[in-house]
Ligand binder design. Sequence first.
Ligand code: SF4
Ligand code: SF4
Length: 151
Amino acid sequence: MYLSLEDFQALGVDDTYKNHSIGGKCSGCGECCVDMLPATIDEIHRIKEYVQKHHIREHRQAPFFDPKATDFSCPFRNQQERKCEVYPARLYICRTFVCNKTREDAIRDRDLIHRDRKIYSLRFEVFGNPETLGLVAAIAVSKSKRALPWR
Ligand code: SF4
Ligand code: SF4
């Protein structure tokens, strides 16, 4: 189940981002490790196989004041140990993205990566957890008064 970049942008999501790099290099902070990311179906299958083989559990970073709040973080981000639990099987975007680009370069890279990728919820695809999808769908209805064209 996925969205196109155009469907996602129709939500009015702000696609600007903060630069968390240090000295132009990734600091490993995990701020860009979010649940909904561009991927191919082959990349999703690769991560699923890796998760099953290594018995990786779903990680959560819901706010401490509300454990039931929607968690937009990537389910593979181990924030305590500051590491990616699926590092060898991570997505192409995870291998290539660094938040140190100019806005123009970031938009060019985004458009390139979305040419043959769609936006998936990793929580849903790998763990069957629909919480992010549910909130995104609710935002779509509240903003545009229509359901999202999930594919
Ligand atoms: S690329 Fe991601 S993990 Fe690296 S510094 Fe930027 S936000 Fe943090
Ligand atoms: S798969 Fe790993 S690198 Fe990619 S967003 Fe998730 S935690 Fe970050």
